[in-house]
Design a protein around this ligand. Structure first.
Ligand code: AMP
Ligand code: MG
Length: 912
């Protein structure tokens, strides 16, 4: 009988952490279960084996404790405890004995254990065939760690062998639980503890951002996804060989490779891994089967130009420090650093290297150990076992299924092994240039996910005029009481175009438009384009300084205004002006013919110049050619089937390029364009009525504007039900798909197709297309932006412009026919954002979006956020006149501002 029977003991610090975590989990859970099996290559006598186990259980205090809450906190009571069984599971008659055995053991590992009742261990002897047995051992982590497994395994092998040979076995070799607890409490009262703590707090004094390979799980999983590299991997033996050759430990290479992996998948240069340690620095602790292990953070700085060998050397040094201070608990450090995390460790992914002695014989027969589960670990772990028995290293992977399912885990595993091979093969290669992708993955990204459909060239007036000839009497544009047919719109535009030409306007020139939302605005845009010039929208509501800047920067040949807007133009501007509704102009216009001008732009001539400011810096003018717009419609037509029955709104400011889509979506297809009056655009209720009254079929909205419209729809259900909408296109900012669930519910009978389109001014309005459905509109669903418009190519790249694998976030680059020429008068900035495309032909450029996205395995893009988004504010650009309030001292940023976009009613965002 164990000496300590009946004793009431406190919990060690390590046990307390598990106890309290279990209380928080508040369910009979299975995540603190550990399991392993040992395959014995010979016959086993079940009776002797059970005798052996019973003896070992008596020797190990931790195996017969039960836990209880007392007035002073949790306690463990050491009890004489014999009510347990060792099942002998005979699967030898099964068609596939090994699979059956694994299923049995996996089920047992997943079985919850009650800390107050016990037993907190579980053994079985599984018979595969007469000369092949598996010994399974499973424990609750509160009583055992993986080092403890190896102590017990050795003891069982020794006793069984002695009994089998009829020999006496030596006395209990284990130290007692009480000794473990004494060691624990004396450490915690020691100077050593204080020093360790000081070391850790100092090492993390700057509170590095903890990057993860996968998202943070929302809760504790019911079980894990677990994968073990099935056979001896060529890479792992090469690893040992390389270690011998270079005189470093293989584990350091493994750790460095893990850091490179995290660096390459996240672009992080400050990598913090979780690093489990045994915490058994003294000889007593090395003799106690129990729970002592600890997870500490291992911090490495990695940059793309360093070589693997350089990083391995630094790893060696860092690991040495961690091991010196390994008794200080990771959970204590987590509290010191105020990191909140109830789910496993804060420090992930974990690189768990277990090099424990398993060179065992059971009555002379060889044996091999295999891990089944290492218990709760957070989100993702790499588990490497060196059994010290001459066999290959085993690399296992374990993940939280919510954030990394079986397929994802398999992809990580394969990719990591490729990287490990590359590190081992060429340790002098810069870590940034290691190729992470297999040939198959590369093909998928560059061929399967990429499209190249050339669209015939044309210019906008030419296509419009074809439409005029086809449907002259159809209504083209309506604003309030004013209506123009296609023929009338064309005639008016022709008058003005001829007038502009006499003012010297022509191709490669710019004409500024400062006009209210009106039919005249559409006439003016058409007229400018007919001359071959490009229009520059100057929204009269912009602040004077902004208007002045644009007029100076562009600079336009001519400025078209109206009596309504003239007062807002900076008085000292030197740009010649034409006031469209002045009696002089009206009179002059009549003198000019109503025929189409003979001058005609070429497809590559600029059509408009839109200023966009980005999140920082001065505004920059983006020059977009006719063909950029023409191909946008050519490439998307099969997705929408726009036609002459469609009724569109011009909802957005013509200074926002969503308006380009609205105007030409109507006019190139014979549809009708409803110019939404300014007051109506600001009132969701009025807009809803307009949509219903005009029979609008195609609506374009920023998500925030649509949420307000949804509210109006909810408040006016009768109007909402009478909508004729066919398509709603979202763009301009990140959608929160879950917000749409309400819409889908109320319009379940007949909903228009809701489409998310991600786009950028620099690449001509839209880049991607995703038709949504109610499945997208659930909480936690990813923000799907879809696939590329057929004549654009998308690349998701890391900081070194390398392709990142599917499922991994990287920066989106866009190449193809939508790209602008660049920024007017800003060659340096143009070169910075429009960079050479390493995947295209020579001279091919790609635009660097600054947006983070990732590929879903089904070839669909998910929007993640902004690359430079330190305060997690998504997809914004400050536009003129937007700044409503400036907040100083917003956490994490020097300054932040609440912005409200004039062109996106009600769209207020916080901007750093
Ligand atoms: P702009 O060129 O001013 O229209 O702004 C382009 C930026 O708006 C992109 O870089 C994104 O950050 C954001 N954006 C546009 N459309 C979407 C979308 N559908 N989902 C998420 N972000 C978007
Ligand atoms: Mg845009």
């Amino acid at each position: 009988m164990p000496s300590s029977d009946g004793l009431i003991l406190p919990l060690s610090a390590a046990q307390c952490e598990i106890w309290f975590a279990e209380q928080r989990l508040n369910t009979a859970n299975r995540v603190y279960k550990l399991g392993e099996y040992i395959e014995i290559y010979g016959p086993v006598d079940p009776v002797l084996f059970e005798t052996t186990l019973r003896r070992v259980v008596r020797e190990v205090d931790s195996l017969h404790v039960l836990f209880a809450e007392s007035g002073e906190g949790p306690q463990q009571v050491v009890e004489a405890f014999s009510g347990w069984l060792m099942p002998v599971v005979d699967v030898s008659e099964e068609p596939d004995p090994r699979t059956a055995a694994l299923a049995w053991m996996t089920a047992d590992v997943a079985r919850p254990m009650d800390l107050t009742r016990g037993p907190l261990f579980s053994y079985a002897l599984i018979k595969l065939r007469s000369d092949r047995f598996l010994w399974y051992q499973g424990y609750h982590h509160i009583v055992m760690d993986m080092f403890g497994f190896s102590l017990i395994a050795r003891r069982v092998a020794d006793i069984y062998t002695a009994l089998a040979h009829g020999l006496a076995c030596n006395e209990n070799v284990f130290a007692s639980l009480r000794q473990l607890l004494d060691s624990d409490s004396s450490y915690r009262a020691s100077d050593r503890f204080t020093q360790d703590r000081a070391y850790w707090v100092e090492r993390f004094a700057d509170r590095p951002e903890l990057v993860r390979l996968v998202d943070r799980p929302s809760g504790t999983p019911a079980s894990f996804v677990h994968r073990t590299a099935a056979s001896a991997l060529s890479g792992t033996d090469k690893l040992r060989e390389a270690a011998r050759r270079t005189g470093v430990r293989w584990s350091r290479i493994m750790i460095a490779a893990t850091a490179v992996y995290v660096h390459r998948l996240t672009s992080a240069r400050d990598v913090v891994l979780g690093f489990p340690v045994t915490g058994r620095q003294d000889s007593v602790l090395r003799r106690v089967p129990g729970m002592v292990s600890n997870v500490l953070p291992l911090r490495l700085s990695v940059h793309p130009h360093m070589s693997s060998s350089e990083l391995i050397a630094r790893t060696e040094e860092e690991v040495r420090q961690v091991l010196v201070h390994q008794r200080y608990r990771g959970e204590d450090l987590r509290r010191d650093l105020s990191l909140s995390d109830n789910i496993g460790t804060s420090f992930t992914p974990l690189i768990n290297i277990m090099s424990f002695d398993y060179d065992l014989r059971f009555a002379g027969y060889r044996a091999a150990a295999r891990n089944l589960s290492v218990g709760l670990i957070g989100d993702l772990s790499i588990i490497v076992c060196d059994r010290r028995d001459g066999s290959s290293l085993q690399i296992g992977w374990q993940s939280h299924p919510e954030v990394c399912g079986t397929d994802d885990l398999a992809a990580h595993q394969q990719r990591f092994l490729n990287l490990l091979e590359a590190v081992v093969a060429d340790p002098d290669q810069p870590v940034g240039s290691i190729d992470l992708l297999s040939a198959q993955e590369r093909h998928q990204l560059l061929v399967d996910y990429t499209t190249t459909t050339p669209i015939p060239t044309a210019c906008l007036p030419e296509l419009f005029q074809t439409q005029v000839a086809a449907t002259p009497e159809a209504i083209a544009v309506i604003c309030g009481d004013t209506t123009l047919t296609y023929a009338q719109l064309n005639t008016q535009a022709n008058h003005l175009a001829h007038t502009l030409i006499t003012h010297g306007v022509g191709p490669e020139q710019i004409v500024a438009l400062a006009l209210p939302r009106s039919v005249e605005l559409i006439v003016a845009i058409l007229a400018v384009l007919k001359t071959g010039a490009a229009y520059l929208p100057i929204d009269p509501d912009y602040p004077p300084a902004r208007l002045e800047f644009m007029l100076h920067d562009a600079p336009p040949t001519l400025l078209l205004s109206s009596t309504q807007t003239i007062g807002r133009i900076p008085p000292d501007t030197t740009t010649p002006q034409l006031i469209l509704d002045s009696p002089d102009t009206i009179h002059a216009l009549r003198k000019y013919p109503d025929t189409n001008p003979t001058t005609r732009p070429l497809p590559q001539h600029p059509a408009y110049l839109i200023y966009t400011s980005g999140s920082t810096g001065t505004p920059k003018g983006v020059l977009i050619a006719h063909q950029n717009v023409v191909r946008l419609f050519g490439a998307t037509q099969h997705l929408f089937d726009f036609n002459a029955d469609d009724v569109w709104t011009l909802f957005h400011s013509y200074a926002f390029d969503f308006s380009v889509w609205e105007i030409w979506g109507a006019l190139l297809h014979g549809g009708r364009l409803i110019v939404v009056p300014y007051e109506v655009s600001r009132s969701p209720r009025q807009l809803l009525h307009l949509l219903a009254n005009e029979g609008v079929t195609v609506l374009n909205q920023t998500p925030s504007a649509f949420y307000q419209l949804m509210q109006a729809d909810q408040d006016n259900p009768a109007v909402g039900q009478s909508l004729a909408l066919r398509i709603v296109v979202f763009g301009g900012e990140a959608l929160e798909p879950a917000h749409l669930s309400d819409w889908y519910q109320r319009h379940s009978a007949q909903t228009p197709t809701l489409v998310n389109m991600y786009g950028i001014t620099e690449t001509t309005v839209h880049v991607t297309y995703a038709a949504l459905d109610p499945d997208h509109a659930v909480t936690g669903a990813p923000n799907v932006i879809g696939t590329s418009i057929p004549d654009l190519q998308l690349y998701v790249l890391d900081a070194g412009l390398g392709l990142v694998p599917v499922g991994v976030a990287g920066e989106l680059y866009v190449a193809g026919a939508g790209l602008a020429r660049g920024y007017v008068g800003r060659p340096g900035l143009t070169a910075e954002r429009f960079v050479a495309c390493p995947f295209g032909g020579s001279g091919e450029r790609m635009y660097r979006t600054g947006d983070l996205v990732r590929w879903n395995p089904d070839g669909v893009l998910v929007f993640v956020g902004r690359v430079d988004d330190q305060v997690k504010i998504r997809g914004f650009r400050i536009e003129p006149g937007e700044i409503e309030a400036v907040l100083a001292g917003h956490p994490g940023v020097a300054q932040a501002a609440v912005i409200a976009r004039e062109d996106r009613p009600g769209d207020k965002r916080l901007v750093a």
